[in-house]
Structures are given as structure tokens and as C-alpha cells.
Design a protein around this ligand. Structure first.
Ligand SMILES: *[C@@H]1O[C@H](CO)[C@@H](O)[C@H](O)[C@H]1NC(C)=O
Ligand SMILES: *[C@@H]1O[C@H](CO)[C@@H](O)[C@H](O)[C@H]1NC(C)=O
Ligand SMILES: *[C@@H]1O[C@H](CO)[C@@H](O)[C@H](O)[C@H]1NC(C)=O
Ligand SMILES: *[C@@H]1O[C@H](CO)[C@@H](O)[C@H](O)[C@H]1NC(C)=O
Ligand SMILES: *[C@@H]1O[C@H](CO)[C@@H](O)[C@H](O)[C@H]1NC(C)=O
Ligand SMILES: *[C@@H]1O[C@H](CO)[C@@H](O)[C@H](O)[C@H]1NC(C)=O
Length: 389
């Protein structure tokens, strides 16, 4: 009998500790009309969730919610062990770019743990800012749509991001995050609209996502490690990039990156590593590009050790970034340029341990060409173009 009561007690305690509280943003004044600023209602729901001792759900019903200025969800001093957003609606930024143009981030999570974002659309309405930038006027830099800073155990699932002013999603200084089933959309000519940018982060997984944008599909800056990217479709855009690296003299390296089963459609690059031609102690070690389909991609495989977009004020030194142990396996499809495999490495720090295995890339129905400078490694299997390593 005593044991039975103890078991019931344990059961009740477990029930209580796993009981969820739900905060519906409309209960705090959020209006799904696309016109009334709902920022405060989201803040109230977050504050209550943050202070809740049981796991909290922030519920966002269908409709358009204007978030008229930059919004920060801070996890500092939160009691909650887990906060989940279930979003059925769209968060929309003002169409005039000044509202968030200088804010750096429109929707920011800062030092949060165990936050999950399920569903929803973020529409930053970036087109007025791109028009300003493309006209060469003086315009604000623009905001990242969703920025997650110094956070752990974050999951972003089935989110849509439309027309960001700058990066769509940024993970900065994060540990253990998973991004899956997201769809990212901006025109091919929207400047600086990287899909997902990773900085100083470790243990990040990006799965089953579709990214069409005006800059890199996924980009990984200095200080990232243990990154896994799988089943991502890119295009239009600038491809999946490690870099740009080596701008700073003192820079943490990039290590252990796997990019598996990717598709590139009409992108300007496929699998790219880019480093500035400047002195730096940065490095890249251990990259596994496995399984990629290229459809009309300008540079399907490229290491650019003289990265300098627009050829403006190029540093013209030998890049200090040391690139080693980069594997390209089972990469096939079509190139939009003759040189489909290009290793333009640094004279001062030649690339080492480049591995090509089963690479089949055609240009205009012919085997494409490859070009190597200061690159060493091994090649095996079916190789078109023939290896220049
Ligand atoms: C949230 O609030 C809206 C508006 O009051 C209501 O229609 C909806 O049923 C609520 N949903 C939940 C899950 O509480
Ligand atoms: C949320 O909490 C923060 C920190 O306590 C406070 O500064 C802010 O005013 C609160 N906002 C709302 C809308 O409750
Ligand atoms: C949590 O509750 C405490 C005590 O009521 C309050 O001081 C604090 O501002 C709340 N935090 C947030 C984020 O609302
Ligand atoms: C996050 O979730 C894990 C697993 O459920 C839990 O062990 C941990 O305590 C949570 N972290 C915080 C800060 O509550
Ligand atoms: C490399 O990263 C993967 C996750 O992407 C991880 O499972 C693996 O343990 C890491 N390897 C090393 C040697 O750290
Ligand atoms: C590749 O280079 C060779 C030799 O320079 C040239 O004959 C061939 O036409 C080139 N192939 C393509 C597809 O440009």
C-alpha cells in the first residue's frame, strides 16, 4: 500500500512538473489585423513564460501581427525550463525600412535556453531597403530578421522567412541548435540577404530546408565547429559558403563541417570556401562535402583564397587562412562556367589534404575544366573534370 501511494505521489509530481501553461498573444492585446503594433503583447507573453516555473507555450493564432520595432526576448534570469512558440500566423515588419533599418536585429533571442519555435512566418518586407541600396543611396544597413545570440538548445522548425532586410536567420555564439524544415525566400537580386549565417557557434544542425535568396544560402563565419547541414536546396543565391574568413589577424578557425545531400539550382557558387587575401591566423580544418547536385551553377566547387567581392580595395596579400582536409565526394551535375572546379589557394599557405572522389560536372554537354593554384591532395573514382591537384 505504502509503495502504491509513493508511486501515485511520484506520478502526480511528474504530471505537475510537466504541465504546460499556454499564453495566447491575443489575450495580451495582439491584433491579427496587420496594422496594430503587437510588440507589447508578445513581450508580455514572453515575460510570463520566462517567469513560469512550468514549461510555457506562447500561442500565436493565424493572422498578421505587426511588430513595428525591434523586439528582444531575453532569457536572462528566466525561471522556465522550456519555452515553445507555436505560431500559426505571420509577424510582419513595417514596409518603410527606417522602422527597423538601424536595429541590427528585428526579432532577437538573447541568452535563452530550451526555446523552440514551431511554424509561423516572419515577413520583414525588405524590398524598400534593397531598392535604396541598389540605387546607391545612403541607406541604413538593415536588420537581420531572426537573430539568436549566446543561446543553447534552440530548435527552429517549419518557420518561413520572407524578404529580410539583411540576413534571414543568424546564430551567434550558440551551442546545440537545430534548424529544420525552414523555408527562406527573397529575390535573387536582394543584397546581403543570406539565408542562414552561423558565427562562433558549435553543435548546429540544419536539415531539410529550402533557401532562395540574394546572397549565401548558408554561410559559416569564423569560430564555427561541429556543423551538420543535410538535405538543403539552394537557389537562387550564392551557394553554401565557409567564410568569408581571414579579415581579422586574430580569428578563430572553422572545424568539422559536414554538408550532405544538397541541391543547387542556378546559384553563383555551389560548395565554397572564401578567404580574404590578408594576413590572419584563421583556419579551416575538416570539411566533408558529400553528395551534391549542381544545376547550372557558376562555380560548383570553389576555394577562393583571394575573396574580394566587387574587386573594390582588394588587400592583395597572401591569405593567412590555412585550409586543410576538405573532402568533395559524389558531386555531379552541370556548371554554368567552363571552370567547374577551382582551387585558388594562398601562396603563403597552400591548401592541404584536398580530396576529390567521384566528381562529375559538365559544361555545355562537355566535361568541364578544373584549375588549381597552391592546392595539394588526392583524387579517386570517376573524375570529370580531371583533377588538377
Ligand atoms: C487564442 O485567442 C483567440 C482570440 O481570443 C481565440 O480565438 C483562440 O481560440 C485562442 N486560442 C487558444 C489556443 O487559446
Ligand atoms: C518584460 O520584462 C522586462 C524585464 O523585467 C521589463 O523591462 C519589461 O518592461 C517587461 N515588458 C512587458 C511588456 O511586460
Ligand atoms: C519576473 O518576476 C519578478 C518578480 O515579480 C519580476 O521582478 C521580474 O521583472 C519578472 N521578469 C520578467 C522577465 O517579467
Ligand atoms: C533544458 O532542458 C533540459 C532537458 O529537458 C533540462 O535538463 C535543462 O535543465 C533545461 N535547461 C534549463 C536552463 O532549464
Ligand atoms: C563533428 O561534428 C559532428 C556533428 O556535426 C559530431 O557528431 C562529431 O562528434 C564531431 N566530431 C568531432 C571529432 O568532434
Ligand atoms: C578545358 O581545357 C582544355 C585545354 O585547355 C580545352 O581544350 C577544353 O576545351 C576545355 N573544356 C571546356 C569545357 O572549356
Amino acid at each position: 500500500m505504502v509503495i502504491k501511494h509513493i508511486l501515485i505521489l511520484i506520478f502526480l509530481v511528474l504530471q505537475l512538473s510537466s504541465a504546460k501553461v499556454t499564453y495566447n498573444v491575443t489575450s495580451f492585446g495582439a491584433k491579427p489585423d496587420g496594422r496594430s503594433d503587437s510588440k507589447n503583447a508578445f513581450m508580455k507573453a514572453w515575460n510570463l513564460s520566462c517567469n513560469s516555473t512550468s514549461p510555457a507555450v506562447i500561442y500565436v493564432p493565424a493572422g498578421r501581427y505587426l511588430i513595428a520595432s525591434a523586439l528582444t526576448f531575453s532569457g536572462q534570469a528566466c525561471k522556465s525550463r522550456a519555452i515553445t512558440f507555436n505560431i500559426y500566423g505571420t509577424l510582419v515588419a513595417p514596409s518603410s525600412y527606417n522602422a527597423i533599418g538601424d536595429a541590427q536585429v528585428w526579432i532577437k533571442f538573447y541568452i535563452v535556453k530550451n526555446v523552440t519555435i514551431n511554424g509561423g512566418t516572419l515577413d520583414a518586407q525588405g524590398s524598400s531597403l534593397w531598392a535604396c541600396k541598389l540605387a546607391g543611396k545612403a541607406c541604413p544597413q538593415g536588420s537581420t530578421t531572426l537573430g539568436i545570440y549566446h543561446s543553447q538548445n534552440v530548435v527552429i522548425s517549419k518557420l518561413r522567412s520572407l524578404n529580410s532586410q539583411m540576413f534571414h536567420i543568424l546564430l551567434y555564439g550558440c551551442k546545440n541548435a537545430k534548424i529544420q524544415g525552414v523555408s527562406i525566400l527573397a529575390p535573387g537580386l536582394s543584397p546581403n540577404t543570406d539565408g542562414i549565417h552561423l558565427a562562433l557557434s558549435t553543435g548546429i544542425t540544419i536539415l531539410s530546408s529550402k533557401i532562395s535568396t540574394g546572397d549565401d544560402c548558408v554561410s559559416m563565419g569564423p569560430g564555427n565547429s561541429n556543423i551538420w547541414i543535410e538535405k538543403v536546396v539552394c537557389g537562387p543565391g550564392h551557394g553554401i559558403s565557409i567564410g568569408s574568413l581571414g579579415w581579422e589577424l586574430n580569428e578563430p578557425g572553422v572545424q568539422n563541417v559536414t554538408v550532405k545531400t544538397t541541391t543547387f539550382v542556378g546559384t553563383t557558387n555551389g560548395l565554397r570556401i572564401k578567404a580574404w587575401a590578408r594576413n590572419s591566423n584563421g583556419f579551416v580544418n575538416g570539411v566533408y562535402f558529400k553528395g551534391a547536385t549542381m544545376m547550372n551553377v557558376q562555380f560548383p566547387i570553389i576555394i577562393d583564397g583571394n575573396y574580394c567581392p566587387n574587386n573594390n580595395n582588394c588587400p592583395n596579400e597572401a591569405s593567412g587562412v590555412k585550409i586543410s582536409n576538405v573532402v568533395y565526394e559524389n558531386v555531379h551535375g552541370t556548371s554554368a562556367t567552363r571552370v567547374a572546379v577551382k582551387f585558388d589557394c594562398s601562396k603563403g599557405n597552400p591548401c592541404r589534404g584536398i580530396v576529390l572522389k567521384d566528381v562529375d560536372l559538365k559544361f555545355g554537354g562537355q566535361p568541364a575544366n578544373s584549375s588549381c593554384s597552391y592546392a595539394a591532395g588526392t583524387a579517386s573514382g570517376l573524375l570529370q573534370p580531371t583533377s588538377c591537384l
